[in-house]
Design a protein around this ligand. Structure first.
Ligand SMILES: Nc1ncnc2c1ncn2[C@@H]1O[C@H](COP(=O)(O)OP(=O)(O)OP(=O)(O)O)[C@@H](O)[C@H]1O
Ligand SMILES: [Mg+2]
Length: 367
């Protein structure tokens, strides 16, 4: 496929995002060439962009950046020194991007914007794709050796069963961005990546569910091959928005309570009255999201003519599944279903629910 290649604008200063050292068992034992070492995995998420690369035989390096920006009026910052802030100027508009945008917004109490919505490039801002290009460049860097292009496997959602969006534009824009950085861009279904990262013990077979910010992605994978994939246009943002609407509050306020360590989906809500109401609302919408996802899995399985394996593990990942008690709710709801067309070997969360997709992309990139 021929993509047109456009230069990615350089941010004034490229800051190192958080580097997390981690280990995974299913990375092939010895990369054979230098080029293989430069291969990257990239999880393109509505709230978080996460990259993974191989450091040496067993360690992988994970970087992440918050997928947000704020637009600044150029005149109002003429005296400001932005050299320490991650920013980019596109057509006379200055954007502060990533984690700096988040900090800036909190400091000055202004809302952040998102270049993606419901799993795909947002239609809200004409510069969304260019802003994303700068963030991707920050994570994977520019490969200068064009004779020897490393692979960058990047995650894409499946088309939503309950939304209008089509993934084609999103997938192609990211291919263009990644190719322009000197990589060979290879798309991989997001939920399939979870199975590649977490299921070496079942020969890369299982059902993966990624409960993200913008979407929930599901894949039934047999021996690395995605057999059924679909997405639902509901995730953490949907929980925040609907709880907020039910209580007449703003989603940010709900989000802050949702991510608190003391919030639990299985314990009676505690705290002051307002907080108890928020927690109660969150529990209803969490239950609804899980129920809706499981129902849709059953419907898609019924529709499928594929011959299904007798037993498969179910692996849950994504930031939305970090809430205390999430896995218990999933187990409870699955126990109430008696017509699953195969046995569920086990129900577990990914080892790291925020990095599993990026790790699965790297597993694919190193194949
Ligand atoms: N501790 C927590 N408890 C509950 N929810 C959390 C927690 N931490 C993060 N989240 C939620 O997880 C979501 C982000 O998850 P994730 O990074 O997996 O999404 P994403 O990959 O960026 O989005 P998508 O895959 O939908 O495009 C947000 O809705 C955030 O509020
Ligand atoms: Mg995701």
């Amino acid at each position: 496929m021929g993509f047109f290649v456009e230069e990615v604008p350089k941010p004034d200063k490229i800051e190192h995002s958080s580097d997390i050292e981690t280990n995974i068992d299913n990375i092939p034992e010895k990369p054979t060439t230098d080029n293989l070492n430069k291969n990257k995995g990239l999880d393109v998420g509505t709230m978080n962009l996460v990259s993974s690369s191989l450091e040496n035989n067993n360690d992988i390096n994970i970087k992440n950046i918050r997928n947000v920006f704020i637009e600044i009026d150029k005149d109002s910052i003429s005296n400001m020194d932005l050299s320490q802030i991650n920013n980019v100027e596109i057509d006379d508009v200055v954007y502060i991007i990533g984690d700096d945008a988040y900090r800036f917004a909190n400091m000055f109490n202004i809302p952040v914007s998102r270049p993606m919505s419901k799993g795909m490039i947002s239609t809200e801002n004409i510069d969304s794709a260019d802003i994303l290009a700068v963030m991707v460049r920050e994570l994977i860097g520019q490969n200068e050796d064009l004779q020897n292009k490393p692979k960058c496997v990047y995650s894409i959602p499946a088309n939503p069963i309950d939304g209008e969006m089509n993934v084609i534009y999103h997938q192609n824009v990211f291919a263009r961005i990644i190719n322009s950085l000197g990589y060979e861009a290879v798309p991989l279904n997001e939920a399939t990546a979870i199975i590649l990262s977490e299921c070496s013990n079942t020969n890369f077979s299982g059902i993966g569910i990624s409960f993200g910010a913008g979407m929930t992605n599901v894949a039934l994978v047999y021996k690395s091959i995605p057999v059924i994939t679909f997405s639902i246009a509901r995730g953490g943002d949907w929980i925040d928005l609907n709880t907020a609407n039910s209580l007449g509050m703003i989603p940010n306020k709900i989000n802050a309570v949702k991510e608190k360590k003391d919030f639990s989906l299985t314990n009676f809500p505690t705290g002051k009255k307002k907080e108890r109401r928020i927690k109660e609302g969150l529990i209803y919408y969490y239950n609804n999201l899980i129920n809706y996802t499981l129902k849709n899995i059953l419907t898609e399985l019924e529709k499928s003519e594929a011959e299904l394996p007798e037993e498969l593990p179910l692996v849950i990942s994504g930031g939305t599944s970090l809430a205390n008690g999430f896995i218990d709710l999933v187990k409870e709801q699955i126990n109430q279903i008696d017509e699953f067309p195969f046995d569920i070997l086990e129900i577990r969360t990914a080892e790291n629910q925020l990095t599993a997709v990026a790790q699965g992309c790297l597993v694919q990139a190193l194949k």
